[in-house]
Design a protein around this ligand. Structure first.
Ligand code: BGC
Length: 860
């Protein structure tokens, strides 16, 4: 009996030859959300792809398979540790993909934080293209060594979310090459991803999915890419333009543009040729073959999704998370915290994020975590017995009311509620039939049904969810929030509390398909466990300005949240009081996946609502309070001068609380370095004033001066600079030496060596960073950003007093710039300034590198 993985040995030429035109057409688009077409007649199996990038979610947005959630990409970038990233790829991500029966991960994301307000900033490794590309290469290498393909995304300039399908990124060829394409170029040079995903947006007038310059001239011809190019989901906008430009696979399926009818008509009208269709289909076959070779067990398996956690994996998750934490400030050596087991210490843990489930950014990167340790739990677990722990939220930090999965129970005591699905009397009717089609336990209250409703329901359907809210000791006023893509209403003990059914307001939830969150309050008596009932239908309610009652075909969903109503001033006063009473105070604040998400951009760098006020007051009450910030991207900290210790933890995935505690209590000596600049004010951003899409155009006016390059060049001091991060020990740098440049094969190689000494009293790891300044050149003086990261090395576990010699390899990438007039990279002879140090704003040593030869190059 032949197996699907036998395709590993297939002769692709012969298969292409035998494909009928219709079979070839089908291959160029997906099936459902996550699969490719198979051609059973020719032994071609379908393959499954899965998001990415901070884990492998699997097929389901609704009732997903519990999975590992890794730190956000900005956190992984902050490790500055490619070796660790390879391990993550091979030992965490590839096995996760296999458990989810996926052959290709839709990851990594390698866009650039042109502006940290970009909703998906958390999803890319760094504002610096070199760090971004080197970390991406390691990620891809690890994953692919584990037999799973990487689909690097979004190619390119999807640097913001609002208007992402229509906006046109207008930028110079130089900025395109040196900043936005460089991460992809480095990944292609060092790791060869099996697939590329095009970005939604246009670049200089042409959508990426139909951009011949991008897909043919650069990717295939210059970089020699031989893999597959797929669209982002619903990011195809034409038949002939996309096919001719080189877009191999339209996702998702089932064929939206590339239907048999439209494709055959396009052949008939000579817009496209069968030859091109077959070229595109060949790429799908080649990718399928790589998958069959890389992880045959996935193709031969039953397609099911599983979860597996081992102690070893958990330990690695925890150490990766801890390695990415950045110690921003540590005056008076407040950290690591010393909590004596003998004394009865009072520890106050305050802040809106201390107990919140915050583990990743939102959108397609999000997944259902297999486990989660909150900062509160992590800290409490690390405290010696007998410690008195005080807690207060202090200030609310969420945008939508927190979901209620941990607060609801079914009649038989299971966590969650019971969902009953109903077909309607016909596809177009609004009337559910009386017998449920299916009943199931639902253990989430953010139900992004997407395409995961039970098969066989009528097009319009109803979902009824019923559970009970756990009782509390006291009487309480409870506020519920209901938002839906479709219409929904909430009843508590039979009383209508939220009506998002009769009319609604369009909002940004559920990838832009959902309503705003409608809120309603009700009183709940002490010890009472009220019945919670939500009625949902996948048809929009009329809204002011949009009376359209459309069927939600790909993004239906609903979200129920809720909290006990409290007086804000009292909440704040309580936290401040506890902070003042405590011997040790940790204040955990930040953002979450509603503030930072795919689908829309942030509007401010400030922490939510009254969070800054809370931190200020806590610091006043307890000047030694340690502030822990959680966000995937830069935030402002108006209280930073008064805080003695600030720890930035990004989004850290499952192991969040344990990793934070490891750093706070000194079990791990912090070694993360900022992968992006943290500005003092929003006005200090390089893109301030030209970040948004205006009449569809986004002008990249800052050109090459992205992130720290802007801060440095304009002498606008950031709050914390790119590359910054402290340790519980100190390091000194001596002996910077550069080898004599050696020229060969249109390349140049130089080795920079430097000695690093641990001058403190505990062992620690340092990140040596090398920045270059290019000569301004002979031809009229071309401007280059004066500071560009071009090499780094993580020096691990340097013992007290120990000195280690570190070598950094430099090559043509270190010294090249893009020459727009000739369309080539150029290395000029002249003097290059090489600076080395622990951060972009602390470059301790410098030397001059003289190149006595110029050359030009193309390719990689
Ligand atoms: C995102 C991609 C993702 C895809 C599939 C899109 O909305 O932009 O990054 O891989 O959905 O979920």
């Amino acid at each position: 009996m032949p197996k699907p993985s036998d395709f590993a040995q297939a002769n692709i030429d012969a298969v292409v030859d035998q494909l009928t035109t219709d079979e070839a057409i089908l291959l160029t688009a997906g099936v459902g959300f996550w699969h490719t077409h198979g051609v059973p007649r020719l032994g071609v199996p379908p393959i499954k792809v899965s998001d990415g990038p901070n884990g492998i979610r699997g097929n389901f947005f609704f009732m997903g398979t519990p999975a590992k959630c890794l730190p956000s990409a900005t956190a992984l970038g902050a490790t500055f540790d490619p070796e660790l990233l390879e391990k993550v790829g091979e030992h965490l991500l590839a096995p996760e993909a296999k458990l989810r029966s996926a052959s290709v991960a839709l990851a990594p994301t390698c866009n650039i934080q042109r502006n940290p307000l970009g909703g998906r900033s958390f999803e890319s490794f760094s504002e610096d293209p070199y760090l971004n590309g080197i970390i991406a290469s390691a990620y891809v290498n690890g994953l692919q060594r584990g037999g799973i393909g990487a689909c690097i995304k979004h190619f390119t300039c999807n640097d913001k979310e609002n208007d992402r399908m229509g906006s046109d990124s207008i930028l110079s060829d130089r900025a395109l090459r040196e900043i936005y394409l460089l991460p992809f170029m480095l990944a292609q040079k060092h790791a060869k991803p099996w697939a590329f995903m095009t970005a939604y947006n246009r670049i200089n007038g042409t959508h990426c999915s139909e951009n011949t310059y991008l897909l043919q001239s650069i990717l295939r011809k210059e970089w020699g890419f031989e893999g597959l190019v797929m669209s982002d989901w619903f990011g195809v906008y034409s038949i002939d333009h996309a096919l001719n430009a080189g877009l191999d696979l339209e996702m998702p399926g089932t064929n939206k543009w590339r239907t048999l009818d439209l494709m055959n008509r396009s052949v008939g009208s000579r817009k496209i040729t069968v030859r091109t269709i077959k070229e595109r289909a060949r790429k799908v076959l080649e990718l399928t073959q790589k998958c069959a070779q890389g992880a045959p067990q996935v193709l031969d398996g039953d397609g099911s999704e599983k979860t597996r956690e081992s102690d070893e994996d958990k330990a690695l998750m925890r150490s990766v998370a801890a390695a990415s934490i950045v110690l921003l400030k540590n005056e008076d050596n407040i950290l690591p915290l010393k909590v004596d087991s003998g004394k009865k210490t009072k520890v106050a843990i305050v802040g809106g994020n201390a107990k919140a489930v915050v583990l990743s950014g939102g959108g397609s990167a999000s997944l259902k975590p297999s486990y989660f340790i909150s900062p509160y739990d992590g800290i409490v677990n690390a405290l010696p017995e007998g410690t008195e722990v005080l807690y207060a939220e202090g200030a609310r930090a969420y945008m939508q009311l927190p979901t209620l999965e941990y607060d609801l129970v079914t009649p038989d005591g299971k966590p969650g509620w019971i969902g009953s699905w109903y077909s309607h009397t016909s596809d177009d009717s609004m009337e559910p039939i009386s017998q449920p089609f299916k009943e199931q336990l639902v253990d989430e209250t953010r139900c992004f049904i997407s395409v995961d409703s039970p098969k066989g329901l009528t097009k319009r359907y109803t979902l009824r969810l019923k559970g009970q809210l756990k009782p509390a000791d006291e009487d309480r006023e409870f506020e519920f929030g209901l938002c839906s893509a479709g219409r929904a209403k909430l009843f508590v003990d039979g009383k209508l509390v939220v009506d998002n059914w009769t009319r609604q307001t369009r909002g940004e939830s559920f990838f832009g398909s959902g309503s705003t969150e409608e809120r309603g309050r009700t009183r709940i008596a002490a010890k009472h466990s009220p019945e919670i009932f939500v009625e949902y239908c996948n048809v929009r309610a009329p809204a002011d300005g949009d009376e359209d009652e459309a069927l939600m075909d790909s993004n239906p969903g609903l979200r129920l949240g809720g909290v006990v109503v409290k007086d804000e001033d009292e909440m704040m006063a309580e936290a401040v009081k506890l902070a003042g009473e405590a011997d040790v105070c940790v204040c955990v604040v930040g953002l979450n996946s509603d503030w930072e998400t795919e689908g829309y951009d942030r509007t401010t760098l400030a922490l939510p609502q009254r969070t800054d006020e809370l931190v200020e007051k806590v610091l006043k009450a307890n000047p030694n309070a340690v502030v822990v910030t959680e966000s995937g991207s830069a935030i402002t900290m108006p209280w930073a001068d008064t805080a003695k210790a600030i720890v930035h933890s990004w989004y850290l995935g499952n192991a969040t609380g344990d990793a934070i505690a490891d750093v706070l209590f000194g079990k791990v000596n912090p070694s993360g370095r900022l992968s992006m600049s943290f500005p003092k004010r929003i006005e200090d951003l390089a893109t301030y004033g030209h970040f948004t899409s205006e009449h569809g155009k986004i002008r990249y006016g800052e050109d090459l001066y992205v992130g720290y390059k802007h801060h440095h060049h304009r002498k606008i001091a950031p709050l914390f600079a790119f590359g910054h991060g402290l340790s519980y020990t100190t390091f000194s740098y001596t002996n910077l030496k550069l080898s004599k440049p050696s020229f060969a094969d249109n390349d140049v190689t130089v080795t920079a060596s430097v000695s690093v000494t641990n001058t403190g009293s505990v062992s620690g790891s340092e990140v040596v960073q090398l920045y270059v300044t290019l000569p301004s050149g002979s031809d009229g003086g071309l401007t280059h950003p004066p500071l560009q990261l071009r090499a780094f090395s993580k020096v691990r576990d340097l013992g007290p007093g120990e000195t280690r010699a570190v070598e950094l390899s430099l090559d043509k990438y270190t010294v090249s710039y893009w020459e727009e007039r000739i369309g080539r990279w150029v290395v000029e002879k002249g003097d290059y300034l090489i600076r080395v140090g622990p951060s972009s704003d602390a470059l301790l040593l410098e030397d001059k590198l003289t190149l006595d030869k110029s050359f030009e190059w193309n390719g990689l």
